[in-house]
Design a protein around this ligand. Structure first.
Ligand SMILES: NC(=O)C1=CN([C@@H]2O[C@H](COP(=O)(O)OP(=O)(O)OC[C@H]3O[C@@H](n4cnc5c(N)ncnc54)[C@H](OP(=O)(O)O)[C@@H]3O)[C@@H](O)[C@H]2O)C=CC1
Ligand SMILES: O=C(O)C1=N[C@H](C(=O)O)C[C@H](O)C1
Length: 233
């Protein structure tokens, strides 16, 4: 498969390594607003760029009929526009806040736990995410997806960074060293705590998931999620 990488930073480089091992070719590495991209040679594009660049990259690919996988976080105010554009162009598009198998299993566990906790109003939920100091957005996309999983299954209504009001989920974002990504969901009562935690040891899981999603989407049309790719529930 001929893959184009939009964003050739920490993730772009890790994806290149894994894609080459899986016998794919990297035909473009795009780090800025490039104008001379040869879309006709690209089978699928993978975007791990920056919050202010992701939507433009996705739009460019969809308008050139190139399937696009995006893992960039912090651009979700434009997500519905990307969905509409994909449908209009009969294209193919996946966004995931986290492409690792482990975190996608963790999302399922989080939803299941939220369902169990919904009637237990002696517990209050809180979330913490820890990432490296170069991360631009907070809270992480993964923490937002976890909060959405709780909101869908309980009476919580929204999430907030740091402090939160009644029926709001507080998310604490910490930036420490080179941390690849650690997410904790805690339910706390007067007498005990219940905690679930996912710790990424490196970026390989994110990158492998993105390449698997790219392999999966070629030949399909529509807007998909990692649940579709991994065949989860
Ligand atoms: N969904 C997931 O599983 C994961 C998501 N992420 C997300 O992926 C994104 C990238 O992460 P990471 O690789 O660590 O970040 P980096 O900062 O290491 O890399 C981002 C790259 O994007 C480049 N860039 C800037 N503008 C554009 C543009 N217009 N088009 C294409 N590329 C551009 C930057 O180039 P330059 O340096 O020259 O500005 C840089 O090389 C972040 O949003 C992060 O949150 C990260 C890990 C997993
Ligand atoms: O910026 C990162 O590094 C990561 N970003 C994603 C997020 O915002 O959730 C996924 C992962 O945690 C690493």
């Amino acid at each position: 498969m001929n893959i184009a990488l939009f964003g050739y930073g920490k993730m772009g480089k890790m994806i290149e390594k894994i894609a080459l091992k899986r016998n794919h070719d990297i035909v473009a590495k795009i780090d800025l607003d490039a104008t001379d991209i040869n879309f006709s040679e690209i089978d699928v594009a993978i975007d791990f760029s920056m919050p202010n660049a992701a939507y433009g990259n996705i739009k460019n690919c969809l308008e050139h009929n190139v399937p696009i996988i995006s893992g960039t976080t912090g651009w979700l105010q434009d997500y519905q526009k990307a969905v509409a554009l994909c449908e209009k162009n009969n294209g193919a598009f996946i966004y995931a806040s986290n492409f690792s198998l482990g975190v996608n299993l963790f999302f399922e566990l989080n939803s299941y736990l939220a369902k169990l906790m919904a009637p237990q109003d002696q517990y209050r939920v809180a979330m913490e995410e820890i990432h490296h100091t170069q991360k631009l957005d907070a809270p992480s996309g993964t923490a937002i997806t976890l909060a959405e999983g709780v909101i869908e299954n309980t009476n919580y209504t929204k999430w907030k960074l740091d402090s939160a009001g009644n029926m709001e989920i507080p998310i604490t974002a910490k930036r420490i060293g080179d941390t690849p990504g650690t997410h904790t969901v805690t339910y706390e009562s007067e007498v005990d705590s219940i905690e679930i935690k996912h710790t990424a040891h490196n970026r390989e899981g994110f990158a492998l998931g993105a390449v698997i999603a790219a392999e999966w989407i070629v030949g399909k049309t529509g807007v998909f999620t990692m649940k579709d790719v991994l065949n989860l529930s």
